[in-house]
Write a protein that binds this ligand. Structure first.
Ligand code: MV4
Length: 454
């Protein structure tokens, strides 16, 4: 007797996350197919897949963003599961819908939940219903009546921020500090919303001046179990690109995180959420304020894996296969502290892209040191995609131990043939304010501008 044919997972992504997904799929005994563009034909991660298939030329819109091309690849290779990773089509309801129509399973939530969370006003309304704390301001879009906008802003209290309902990740926002500046900001924000997101809906929130970015990781199955898996602090960022992330969030009481996490898990149950997800919050003066939900696995998921000992990518694939999570919240234990440095192929001084061909590579290792990277000697980094080349993650019993391991690991790391941000990261982990913990989302900008940071 032979068992059922192994299921086949198609990886609709590239680089380090393609490698991460392939590792998880192998552990689960799945057959794997990895799609790639012409520019990625020699990607070192492709050797981990049972099959590879070229889906188009270098520009992402003609390959990693081409829904029809990915569907054809899945049908041609007998794939029945599709993992979108992060970026590209990972939060596209149209992609989720197209897969469902073709009888394929997405590793992620349903198209309906994805679309709901993609509308930031609808997401906010859902969170208020579920008891998740939100930024002060109405949970409905502006009507278009300028008198109403003025009333809403005055009621919310200046400064306010005008945001596109279809936006997110930092595009389509305008801060307004004085009532006289509101009409123009509303008009420009609506124009951008229409142009960038095809949705003119905009809304108003209280603008928080110096928040931290703290997010809650969740994982939910299709059998009523929704878990919260701790918090990450992602405040060290530049131009909405995170640079260093850590878990737990330093200086925040574990009980406050537990209370918030419980509410996020409850929101997942109310939404019918399945898979991995992240609730993003601003944290200021001891309060948490929901801003967005991400319906994908995130770049920074390894720090949560390190402190919980759970394999989040394996879990999200299991959930997509229909399996129950098989653990409860009481089974989730948080141990120690983890920090992730994103290493990109950019010049450490100018922060301009600096791709190239890897001529020498030495990776750090030892206890509490993890490197998630698709690089290999001889590999030429294509200029067509984002410049992430490695995630260096350290874990320790304490934040101090994780930081010490990070300093040593950054010192040991050697990459030649391309630019790398390792020298910058080395400086950042030595910055006294970062080392103390709890810097705001503006800290890195100020540090790089040479401004005082306290
Ligand atoms: C805000 C805010 C202050 N007040 N909302 C930027 C990206 C998008 N996810 C939401 N963002 C912000 N929303 C209110 N009411 C400041 C930001 C913000 C930010 C948030 C998280 C991480 C980095 C950021 C950088 C600039 C602005």
């Amino acid at each position: 007797m032979t068992g059922p044919a192994p299921r086949t997972l198609l990886v609709a992504n590239r680089g380090e996350i393609a490698l991460r997904i392939l590792r998880a799929a192998r552990r689960l005994g799945l057959r794997t197919v990895c799609v790639h563009s012409v520019a990625d034909a020699d990607g070192p991660w492709l050797s981990m897949a049972d099959r590879t298939i070229c889906i188009g030329p270098a520009p992402a819109r003609d390959s990693y963003l081409d829904i029809a091309a990915i569907l054809r690849a899945a049908l041609a290779t007998g794939a029945d599961l599709v993992h979108p990773g992060y970026g590209f089509l990972s939060e596209s309801p149209a992609f989720a819908e197209a897969l469902a129509e073709a009888g394929l399973t997405l590793v992620g939530p349903t198209a309906e939940v994805m679309r709901r969370m993609g509308d930031k006003v609808e997401a906010k309304r859902a969170m208020i219903e579920a008891g998740v704390p939100c930024v002060p301001g109405p949970d409905r879009p502006l009507s278009g009546d300028p008198v109403e906008a003025a009333e809403v802003a005055a009621e919310t209290g200046y400064p306010v921020i005008v945001k596109a309902a279809g936006g997110g990740g930092g595009r389509g926002m305008r801060v307004v500090r004085r009532a006289e500046d509101l009409p123009e900001a509303v008009m420009l924000c609506r124009q951008e919303a229409e142009r960038f997101f095809g949705n003119p809906a905009i809304y108003i929130e209280k603008f928080l001046e110096k928040p931290r970015h703290v997010e809650i990781q969740v994982m939910a199955d299709g059998h009523g179990t929704a878990l919260w898996l701790g918090a990450r602090d992602c405040s060290l960022q530049r131009r909405h690109q995170k640079v260093i992330e850590e878990s737990p969030a330093p200086g925040i009481a574990p009980q406050d995180i537990a209370d918030l996490g419980t509410r996020c898990a409850q929101a997942c149950r109310m939404l019918g959420y399945t898979g991995a997800g992240t609730f993003e919050f601003l944290y200021e003066d001891g309060g948490f304020y929901f801003i967005e939900m991400n319906t994908r696995i995130q770049v920074e998921h390894p720090v949560s894996e390190e402190v919980t000992g759970l394999d989040l990518v394996t879990m999200q694939i299991s959930v997509a296969l229909g399996d129950p999570l098989g653990i409860t919240q009481e089974d989730v234990r948080f141990a120690g502290h983890a920090i992730e440095c994103r290493i990109t192929a950019e010049d450490a001084e100018t922060l301009r892209p600096a791709p190239g061909r890897i001529t020498a590579l030495h990776l750090p290792g030892g206890p509490g040191v993890r490197v998630d990277s698709h690089l290999a000697p001889g590999y030429r980094i294509p200029a067509s995609y984002d410049s992430l080349i490695a995630k260096l993650v350290t874990h320790g019993a304490t934040r101090q131990e994780a930081l010490d391991r990070m300093r040593a690991a950054l010192d040991e790391y050697r990459i030649e043939g391309c630019g790398s941000t390792i020298p910058l990261l080395r400086r950042l982990v030595d910055d006294p304010a970062f080392a103390a913990g709890g810097v705001s989302i503006h800290h890195l900008d100020r540090l790089l501008a040479g401004e005082p940071t306290t």
